[in-house]
Design a binder for this molecule. Sequence first.
Ligand SMILES: [Zn+2]
Ligand SMILES: [Zn+2]
Length: 188
Amino acid sequence: MRESAPNHAPVEEKTYCAVHTDIETALRCNRCGRYMCPRCAVRTEVGYRCRECVYAHQGKFYKATLCQQIVAVAVVFALSLVAGFIVPRLFLLGALFLSLPAGAAIGELAWRAALRQRGRYVPQLAVVAVLLAALIANFGTLSEVLRLIALADRLPHGVDIGAIAFQQLTPIALYAGLCALAVYGRLS
Ligand SMILES: [Zn+2]
Ligand SMILES: [Zn+2]
């Protein structure tokens, strides 16, 4: 006895995008398995997925409640007021070496305050909070520099406004930039 071989080649079935039903495609979502055209496919770290699966995944990714998000941003703001006051006053070296650790610590505490849940807009709002707090904590210095600039032509000779402004503003700018970067990194 001989096994009967299939007497015809398998017909190649045409498959179409689940959304754009006139577009032929062989690409499938690796999560739900539906067919999707290149326009519908979203590239993720784990392969191509359909938009619905990506959105569903993002919904699970950002789980912080509104209250937790507010707490996280408020913690960042409060701690940044303190760090923003201290770090730029440790001059350029202090700002250079302490801004990133300060930002990482602030981010970590805010992360814990938010019960270790991600919020969709928390990283961006945290950056705004860091910058705003830096502005407030250094308001005296900033307004003093602005006042000097406004008085530039009435100051005695030998007073180098540029050098003063640079010396005063660089630690603040350095701190604000690095701290915001670290906070953003921790919360995103
Ligand atoms: Zn899918
Ligand atoms: Zn499509």
